[in-house]
Design a protein around this ligand. Structure first.
Ligand SMILES: N[C@@H](CCC[C@H](N)C(=O)O)C(=O)O
Length: 277
């Protein structure tokens, strides 16, 4: 298998191009290639496939072999891959995702290579049952949740994949190694959940750390950053545009009041290429 190793702010992926469909053994392959000791090492395995509705289609497997509906950092990597390798020569492209429909991408190039990617991540889903949570409400904002003897308050947002955003006193130093996996598998979340721990610095700047469903701690999460901005707006804590600072760097997120879409802007990087046998 020919692959390209890429990352978006340190959220890293093994990217595969050229297949017609997701292979039947994709789950097993993801477990093998994502393993940081016995494989290539990555947070996810990403396939760039042909699409009938868009320029390309993306499928992503988490490092535990489960499939995710969407991935913000991977969609930026896919965009850079197809442009830099000459598979498309437009700076506006479309990518079909499993859980968030067709997304529009705007590329900014420098010397013929993609330097920055802005993605229309679509409308956030706020209905409790649709996120999904077990809570039947139009929105789940600042809802109590207990784990490991502690009570937190979470806001639920789906960006095609489910997120639970939790304010903490200091996200940058917060130890989520125990609480993260407990919340990921909490009974309130029937499809498990990605968990973001956030601290609002001011109305346009939020610090975020993430425990990802199916991948554990990662250096960044694009959909998590989008969910964080939406949750922070719903709580009245930020404006509709903010820089979300992650362990691996910053993403700029906007929740547009006219079309209700969330826009994510950030970088993507190729690291190396190889063959996995
Ligand atoms: N890191 C991603 C999200 C990847 C999928 C996630 N672990 C899930 O299972 O939903 C991002 O950048 O959005």
């Amino acid at each position: 298998m020919e692959f390209t190793k890429m990352h978006g702010l340190g959220n890293d992926f093994v990217v595969v191009y050229g297949e017609q469909e997701l292979p039947a053994n994709a789950a097993e392959l993801a477990l093998q290639v994502c393993n940081r000791n016995f494989g290539i090492g990555a947070d996810g395995l990403v396939y760039i496939l042909p699409s009938e509705k868009a320029d390309f289609r993306m499928r992503i497997m988490n490092s535990d072999g489960t499939e995710a509906e969407q991935c913000g950092n991977a969609i930026r990597c896919v965009s850079k891959y197809v442009y830099d390798n000459g598979y498309i020569d437009r700076e506006e492209i479309t990518i079909e995702t499993l859980g968030a429909g067709v997304q529009k991408v705007q590329l900014t190039t420098d010397n013929g290579k993609v330097a920055k990617v802005r993605v229309d991540m679509g409308e956030p889903i706020l209905n409790g049952l649709q996120v999904p949570t077990t809570i039947d409400a139009a929105q789940v904002v600042e809802h109590p949740i207990e784990a490991n003897g502690q009570t937190f308050s979470f806001t639920a947002v789906s960006m095609g994949n489910p997120h639970c955003v939790i304010p903490v006193a200091d996200a940058a130093s917060f130890d989520y190694s125990v609480i993260g996996p407990l919340l990921e598998k909490h009974e309130l979340f029937p499809k498990k959940i990605n968990v973001e721990f956030v601290t609002v610095y001011n109305r346009n700047h939020v610090e975020m750390r993430v425990w990802e469903r199916g991948a554990g701690p990662t250096l960044a999460c694009g959909t998590g950053a989008c969910a964080t901005l939406v949750a922070s707006v719903l709580r009245g804590a930020t404006d509709r545009e903010a820089t979300i600072s992650l362990q691996g760097g910053d993403l700029y997120i906007e929740w547009n009041s006219s079309d209700n879409h969330v826009y994510m802007t950030g970088p993507a990087q190729e690291v190396f290429r190889g063959r996995f046998e």
